[in-house]
Ligand binder design. Structure first.
Ligand code: 13P
Length: 287
């Protein structure tokens, strides 16, 4: 059964570790992530962008697939199905379809409008027992057509959003979706510390988890980050493993053209990437 992300994140925040949000794109990814969470006795959050939801045939398909896998694979660790960077309408649709957690990303609105819209989503979501993530100060880079300039979030704006009763807060601290440029300045820990001071025990969310050095991840967790989003790193490992299989001509040998065989190495690569992240984030055996 899908659960809200609230309880797992409160526990992570208290226990000084982070729960990984791994974005899904298809059945193989979803299955790989769920099995890895179970094998490592780790809570997990499956992230779905609106674009990925469309690609998979719509939110209802995603909910049906995930619930089916949880039941048939005997997944007993806590799993949240979370809308990633949702629009207001997208958030409503995902709740209707059966998502257990919602990110409403109003960071591109003026703060007043972000507050009003976030409040609207919280009211509906909490009525249904679903958790809500809000965002202040956009995350840099581009993800599925959502482009952010990479602002550093203002601590007092974070406080205003936190006081609405969100369950987790994404705050821009120099993090970027996708790969980091060589001249990247790193995470802004001063900003993170100010946000932590302003928001009390709020579980903070670090987007753009791909390519952040391990010591920065650990420092971020020590400053209140309880959820870390990873997408590009799974895409890279999946693509590399698939390319290796094809370039070695394995698809031309025996029954190597079987799609279940072609996607096999990528499936294993995602499992390895997710396991490494769960170990780094400290969520192993925290289910
Ligand atoms: P990356 O693609 O950089 O791992 O970021 C993922 C993310 O933040 C999803 O919201």
């Amino acid at each position: 059964m899908l659960v809200s992300a609230k309880e797992m994140l409160v526990k992570a925040r208290e226990g000084k570790y982070a729960v990984g949000q791994f974005n899904i794109n298809n059945l193989e990814w979803t299955k790989a992530i769920l099995l890895t969470a179970q094998e490592n006795n780790s809570p997990v959050i499956l992230g779905v962008s609106e674009g990925a939801g469309k690609y998979m045939g719509g939110f209802k398909t995603v909910v049906g697939m995930t619930n089916g896998l949880i039941e048939e694979l005997n997944i007993t660790v806590p799993v949240a199905l979370h809308l990633d960077h949702g629009s207001y309408d997208g958030a409503l649709k995902a709740m209707e379809a059966g998502f257990s957690s919602i990110m409403f990303d109003g960071s591109h609105y003026e703060i007043k409008e972000n507050i009003a819209k976030t409040k609207g989503i919280i009211d509906i979501a909490h009525n249904r027992g679903l958790s809500v993530e809000a965002e202040v100060g956009s995350i840099g880079g581009e993800e599925d057509g959502v482009v952010g300039a990479g602002e550093i979030a203002d601590a007092s704006e974070c406080k205003s959003i936190a006081e609405l009763g969100v369950d987790m807060l994404a705050a821009g601290i120099g993090n970027i979706h996708g790969q980091y440029p060589e001249n990247w300045a790193g995470l802004n820990f001063e900003a993170l510390a100010n946000i932590q001071d302003a928001t009390g025990n709020m579980p903070l969310v670090l987007h753009g988890g791909t390519g952040i050095p391990e010591d920065m991840i650990q420092k971020a967790i020590s400053l209140g980050v309880a959820k870390i989003n990873v997408n590009t790193e799974c895409q890279l490992s999946f693509a590399a493993a698939t390319r290796k299989y094809i370039e070695a001509g394995k698809d031309l040998e025996g029954k190597g053209f079987d799609p279940r065989k072609i996607l096999g190495p990528g499936f294993e690569a995602i499992k390895n990437t997710v396991k490494e992240k769960m170990e780094l984030f400290g969520s192993v055996n925290k289910a």
